[in-house]
Structure formats: structure tokens, C-alpha cells
Ligand binder design. Structure first.
Ligand SMILES: Cc1ncc(COP(=O)(O)O)c(C=O)c1O
Length: 380
């Protein structure tokens, strides 16, 4: 099978026969102005008006009471797990089909991931697989979910909104509540995506976002935690700012804290990006429509936003028929200068996590062999 038609089509969209990256940032507004303001004011580091401004703006945008800016999405995940009191020997349920940062953060706490399958339609954690796993493998003792197989406590659950497509998060929330499991949404990829009219990341006790250079809006590097819980927000701010006890001159710290603050320079870039987020989303949704119309051929399937959701279409993805066809597609497009890539290797196949307990992962395995991301930068 040849994929020349796809190559020509993507080159037409991006109006070049040169290299086409998977996703590049766009700086179209006040980025330089705000960065200059930072430099002129000398507030380039962990204190400054743009950090506060960003926290206020993202809280308003997502519809939560509190937002805490962090150095990146991984640090936001780490702190969120600490907010759930995840510690040494605890267990955290997540999906095997995710970026490695989700599982790394679990390991930073000395905890172990437990892998439960995704839904084919959303590529995110499956509520029915989660329910089935918990019913079969756990008991509730003293308001704690105990894994019958390991005797450990399952403290938290971290579903992920894959490539910006929301998973069935309201059903997941109900299940977690029933089993006394703290819900952390990994919304690193889904800034601007909504499920049943509500922003992703706002269903769980906390949600986490990433503003890395490859995301829909970027701080260069950055992340945030969003929550409606005042006590959790206060603790998150404390933990991410070295746990310093506020005082005019004294340097006191009341617990092990982290230097996970977002510098003012990064926040300045991000505030400018946030001003364009709605334009970026509508442009990405137009691109998704163009791709959807093209990939209606029987040899491919374009992965559409799930029911009752509005996706930011951060990374567009298609399904090839099988692994062999997927590899041929990757080879031909990358050889023509068009950056495409397969979905991640499942986390339970990585050496650090290969001993983790797993449910039946048939959907994750099916998707792993077939899903490919295609260029998704904003086209204007
Ligand atoms: C699903 C997911 N979780 C976490 C992260 C970590 O974010 P960061 O790169 O900002 O640390 C990313 C992205 O990079 C991601 O895609």
C-alpha cells in the first residue's frame, strides 16, 4: 500500500514540501510585549504579577475556584498525588496508554501504578473496566480501598484525556467516590476541551495541565493544578513553593517542600497565549474537520471527539488497519519530511513498570498497534 495521497494532502494543508513538524507553537499576540515587561521590571523569576494573573485567568477559563501555577505538568502531577496522601507502598490506578510522566509521578511518591484498560472511543480510562477491576480485586475496609491481591491501599486514580479527547470522567468520578479513591485528572493535553459542557480537569478533586512547548498553548515549560477545594489549593501552593512559612524576614519551612514554581517569564508568555486559546481551538477544530473528510477512506479511520464532548483536537490521530500498515505509514510519511508518530508504548511494557498489576488491557493493546498522530499545528 502507498500513502502518497496522504503526503500530498498534508503538504497542501501546510503549503510546503519541506519538513512538517507534528506540533509547533504559535506566537501571535502579546508574547513579546509581556516578556519585555518582565525584563524591564526585573521580575523574571518566581515572584511577579504574571504568575498571579495566569492563575486568575486559568481559574476563570476552566471555571474553578483555585489554580496553582507549577514549573511543568509532571511537577503538578507529583504534588497532586501528595495532596491525595499517596506515599510509599500505596497504589494508584491509571491507564497504560499514556505519556510516561503520569507513571513517573506515581513512582516519585514511592507508590506503584496499577493499570486498567481504556475505552476504544475515547482512548482514556474506561469506567466499565475500572468498575470491573475494583469489584473483582478490592475490598473496602475502614473507608479505604484495599487491593485483595497485594494488601495495599489504592489511594488515587489518574485518568488521562488522550490527545485532548475527554474520557467519560463523570462516570469515573462516581466510581472513585464509591471506593474512597481520590481522583486526579491528567488534563495535560486537554486544555480547552470540555465534557458535557464542563472543562476537563475540573471533575476530580484536582486536575493537572501542561504548558510544555508541544501543547496547545505554551509557557515554554509550565503546568498547573486546578481545584475547587480551598484546603487542597492552599497545600498545593505551599508544597510547590518550598513549604515556606510566610513571614516578613524569617526563613522557616514546616515540611519538605519543592521548588516547583512557575517563573514570571514563563507566566508572561502563557498569559499572552491564553488570550489566543479560543482562536487556536477553533482553528484546530477546523483542521480536524478537513482531516476527517479526507480520512473517510476504508483504509483509515479518523479519531473523532467522543460523544458529549468538545475536544481541543490537540493532536489529530488516525487508526490504521494493523501494525504492519501502521509501520509502513510511519516510514513513508517520515521519509517524506512529514512528522508522524505512533501512540506511546504501553506503560506496562516499560522496564520500570513491567511488574505492575494489570487488568485486561485488550483495548489499549489494540490501539497501541494502530494509532498514529499526524501533523496538528495551527493553520491560519
Ligand atoms: C498525559 C501527560 N501527562 C503529563 C505530562 C507532563 O507534562 P510536562 O511535560 O509539562 O511535565 C504530559 C506532557 O508532556 C502529558 O502528555
Amino acid at each position: 500500500m502507498t500513502f502518497e495521497g496522504v503526503t500530498v494532502f498534508i503538504q497542501k494543508i501546510y503549503k510546503t514540501t519541506g519538513f512538517i513538524p507534528l506540533h509547533e507553537p504559535k506566537f501571535l499576540g502579546n508574547e513579546k510585549k509581556y516578556l519585555n515587561e518582565c525584563v524591564d521590571s526585573t521580575f523574571v523569576s518566581s515572584v511577579g504579577k504574571f504568575v498571579d494573573k495566569f492563575e486568575e485567568k486559568i481559574a476563570n477559563y476552566t471555571g474553578v475556584k483555585y489554580a496553582i501555577a507549577t514549573s511543568n505538568g509532571t511537577s503538578a502531577l507529583h504534588v497532586s498525588l501528595l495532596l491525595a496522601n499517596v506515599g510509599c507502598g500505596d497504589e494508584v490506578i491509571t491507564q497504560p496508554l499514556t505519556f510516561v510522566a503520569t507513571c513517573n509521578a506515581i513512582s516519585y511518591c514511592g507508590a506503584n501504578p496499577v493499570f486498567v484498560d481504556v475505552d476504544k472511543e475515547t482512548m482514556g480510562l474506561s469506567p466499565s473496566a475500572l468498575k470491573g477491576f475494583l469489584e473483582k480485586n478490592t475490598s473496602i475496609i475502614d473507608q479505604q480501598c484495599i487491593n485483595n491481591y497485594t494488601g495495599k491501599v489504592i489511594k488515587a486514580c489518574v485518568p488521562m484525556h488522550t490527545f485532548g479527547h475527554p474520557c467519560r470522567i463523570d462516570e469515573i468520578k462516581c466510581i472513585c467516590d464509591k471506593y474512597y479513591i481520590f481522583l486526579i485528572e491528567d488534563a495535560a493535553e486537554s486544555v480547552g476541551s470540555t465534557y458535557k459542557g464542563r472543562h476537563t480537569g475540573t471533575f476530580g478533586q484536582v486536575g493537572v495541565m501542561s504548558f510544555n512547548g508541544n501543547k496547545i498553548i505554551t509557557a515554554g515549560g509550565g503546568g498547573c493544578i486546578v481545584t475547587n477545594d480551598k484546603a487542597l489549593a492552599k497545600k498545593a501552593k505551599h508544597l510547590t513553593t518550598t513549604a515556606k512559612v510566610p513571614h516578613k524576614w524569617d526563613f522557616n519551612h514546616d515540611m519538605i517542600g519543592y521548588n516547583y514554581r512557575m517563573p514570571n517569564l514563563n507566566a508572561a508568555l502563557l498569559v499572552a497565549q491564553l488570550e489566543n486559546l479560543d482562536n487556536f481551538i477553533s482553528s484546530k477544530r477546523k483542521l480536524a474537520n478537513v482531516y476527517e473528510a479526507f480520512f473517510s477512506d476504508a483504509d483509515y479511520a479518523f479519531i473523532k471527539e467522543p460523544m458529549e464532548s468538545e475536544s481541543n483536537y490537540w493532536l489529530n490521530s488516525i487508526l490504521l488497519k494493523n501494525k504492519q500498515q501502521r509501520d509502513e505509514f510511519l516510514d513513508e510519511t517520515n521519509s517524506s519530511g512529514i512528522m508522524t508518530r505512533p501512540i506511546w508504548t504501553l506503560m506496562n511494557k516499560l522496564p520500570m513498570f513491567e511488574y505492575a498489576q494489570c487488568g485486561d488491557l485488550k483495548n489499549s493493546e489494540w490501539l497501541e498497534e494502530r494509532v498514529v498522530n499526524i501533523p496538528s499545528s495551527i493553520v491560519l
